[in-house]
Design a protein around this ligand. Structure first.
Ligand code: ADP
Length: 649
């Protein structure tokens, strides 16, 4: 029997498979099973109109038979089969549209492309990643004769008549010898096969069966076990997302989620979308109850699984999820996507972009609904993933702010009780829940008459912020203040700039115009009068302050810190936790503000005339005090301690 040559391009692709260094060689099984399923589809559709096909839907199967001794793995189906000519044409040539393009780029970018094999496969030839010889026996439906195709790789193939009773195809892989790097014999293990089929082909519509060995207690004995063999169906066939929504219980969704994403907790929310029209797809999405431990780290990878008519084509497709919703888990199944689409093509796929946009909108809508209808749940969600939403506002120059601004929330000086109805076994009972957060919309709805800005202050905790001198006085006047306790808060707000046409105002930074015109004019005058005093004080303190001035926004405290310019004191602290590329610390323009009506103000004015040394010392002590109140570390604590002691002796 003389060997036939593969067509040139097939030969190249095949050669690549044989020498593949790709680590996910396991995908060959998905490719072969999907071919088998297609072949059954063809015969099944024919049966609908052709009476000569007597097989019923339940008669179809795909069978997996590992043989450790012979070192073979056989995958067989009772689908349409192939004639001699079809064997020649189908297995001797690459017919796929993307393959040529794929092969060309392969020559230039070896490693990158290897990845594509893993992600999308290249059909039948992928079996050469694990087998050094492949034997295909096939009998086309309605034909008398069966044929065998055999190949050991790129050097060619043979076709000859063979014996086969039933119509269909039987593919036998002669598994490669194990090497140091690769344990090919794994593909002969029952457990590995069970796992791989669950992973890649769980939703193939026909049963994938295998004789499975199992240990079970031997009847009539104590503690003795026997090995039994059972013919087991390895796939679940109907995907949960293809079942009608009313058929699937909460528990089933939860179990599916927990099994698939290894979460010990049920999801906080299940989102299902059946889209029809321009793009047809089913999406099954989950919001986890808790952020994964690596969620806010570099290691976390977002993405949804992508299926094409029940066959997984990509484990984690990043392009389907925007970063601000990266916490969402789940999958998309679309019949519009081809199984063999390459990753590069996928990235530019219009269909995929449309789906991603629609999912983003759907997730936002569902979150907003949860915020309105189940505040307690939303706050739980927000505690886990709220930071991510705020990052979403800050990132990409604020281009997502319209989508996200109503979903973010902050701690606030206002406390509101929310009545929530909880269903108990004995009926409905009312329970109160105190909101921990407020949305911007809620803040604005409570703004006092004449208040045109949204007030906020930042600090390490709610309690610490409340004690800030400026905050104390704003609260005393009856205004609501948002407490920014997270690093990202102030950055997100700067990106938002305003909400509902109301600007944001940092009560510790920008001067609060709560005083009358008259008072303001008086303050300005006093500041001008004391310009020399302040200049002296600033010089005594050094570079750490940009300016010293009077304020009338304090009630009890003598001093406080504020800042000028874009960067607040809080932002300075955050930015300096991570030095920038040049290692230059970021500086806020810190202002030391002195309560004009506090007795200390008079003391300072006096000292400026009588004792400059003492004034210099007092200036430094007051600055240290202001730092402490603001929760900032002192540059030289023992110097400050000594200065305070000096005052006592
Ligand atoms: P693709 O499936 O993307 O077309 P493959 O290289 O996997 O590419 O397969 C090439 C062709 O071989 C298929 O299109 C199909 O016509 C035929 N084929 C492969 N496996 C089988 C099978 N189990 N039964 C019948 N035909 C098959």
């Amino acid at each position: 029997m003389s060997k036939k040559e593969f067509k040139t391009e097939s030969k190249k692709l095949l050669d690549m498979m044989v020498h593949s260094i790709y680590t996910h060689k396991e995908i060959f099984i998905r490719e072969l099973i999907s071919n088998a399923s297609d072949a059954i589809d063809k015969l099944y559709f024919r049966s609908l109109t052709d009476d000569s096909v007597t097989l019923k839907h339940d008669d179809y199967e795909i069978r997996i038979t590992p043989d450790k001794e012979a070192r073979t793995l056989t995958i067989s189906d009772n689908g349409c089969g192939m004639t001699e000519e079809e064997l020649e044409n189908n297995l001797g040539t690459i017919a796929k549209s993307g393959s040529l393009e794929f092969k060309n780029t392969q020559e230039s970018k070896e490693n990158e492309e290897i990845d594509i094999i893993g992600q999308f496969g290249v059909g039948f030839y992928s079996a050469f990643m694990v087998a050094d010889k492949i034997t295909v026996k096939s009998k086309a439906f309605g034909e008398e004769k069966a044929f065998q195709w055999e190949s050991t790789g790129a050097d060619g193939y043979t076709i000859e008549p063979c014996e086969k009773d039933e119509a269909g195809t039987q593919i036998t892989l002669h598994i490669k010898e194990d090497t140091e790097d690769e344990k090919y014999s794994d593909y002969l293990e029952q457990y590995t096969l069970q796992e791989l089929i669950k992973k890649y082909s769980d939703y193939i519509r026909y049963p994938i069966r295998m004789i499975v060995e199992r240990q079970q207690p031997k009847e009539g004995t104590e503690g003795e076990f026997e090995t039994v063999q059972e013919d087991e169906t390895l796939n679940s066939m109907v995907p949960i997302w293809k079942r009608s929504t009313s058929d699937v219980t909460e528990e089933e969704y939860a179990k599916f989620y927990q099994d698939k994403y290894f979460d010990f907790e049920a999801p906080l929310k299940v989102i299902r979308q059946n889209a029809e029209g321009t793009s047809e797809y089913v999406a099954l999405l989950f919001i986890p109850a808790r952020a994964p431990f690596d969620y806010y780290s570099k290691d976390f990878e977002k993405g949804l699984s992508l299926y094409s008519s029940g066959v997984m084509i990509m484990d984690r497709c990043k392009d389907l999820l925007p970063d601000h919703f990266s916490f969402v888990k789940g999958l998309v199944d679309s019949s519009d996507l081809s199984l063999n689409i390459s990753r590069e093509m996928l990235q530019h796929d219009r269909q995929l972009k449309i789906i991603a946009k629609a999912l983003e909108k759907k997730i936002a809508t569902e979150l907003s609904k949860m915020q309105d209808e189940d505040r307690e749940k939303y706050e739980k969600f927000f505690e886990n993933f709220g930071t991510q939403l705020k990052w979403g506002i800050y990132s990409e120059y604020g281009s997502h702010k319209d989508l996200l601004q109503d979903l973010i929330m902050f701690k606030s000086s206002y406390k509101e009780e929310d009545n929530v109805n909880v269903e108990n076994a004995d009926g409905s009972e009312e329970k109160t829940f105190t909101k921990k957060y407020t949305s911007l919309k809620e803040y604005v709805s409570r703004m006092k008459e004449g208040q045109d800005k949204i007030y906020y202050a930042s600090g390490a905790s709610e309690d610490k912020i409340k004690l800030l001198p400026q905050v104390e006085s704003v609260l005393a006047k009856g205004y609501e203040v948002l407490f920014f306790t997270e690093d990202i808060d102030e950055f997100a707000i700067q990106m938002l700039r305003n909400y509902d046409e109301k600007e944001f105002l940092n009560v510790c930074k920008d001067s609060l115009d709560l005083s009358s015109e008259e008072d303001k004019a008086k303050l300005k005058e006093d500041n001008e009068k004391s310009a020399d005093l302040f200049k002296f004080m600033k010089e005594s303190i050094g570079d750490k302050v940009a300016k010293v001035q009077f304020t009338n926004s304090l009630t009890n405290h003598a001093v406080c810190l504020s800042s000028e310019g874009d960067i607040s004191v809080g932002m300075e602290n955050i930015l300096n936790k991570v030095p920038d590329a040049q290692g230059m610390p970021v500086k806020a323009e810190t202002v030391l503000e002195i309560n004009k009506d506090h007795p200390v103000a008079a003391t300072l004015t006096q000292l400026f005339e009588s004792d400059k040394d003492k004034l210099a010392q007092y200036s430094r002590i007051l600055f240290a005090q202001a730092c402490l109140i603001n929760g900032m570390p002192l540059d030289n604590p023992s110097e400050v301690a000594e200065m305070v002691c000096d005052l006592m002796v």
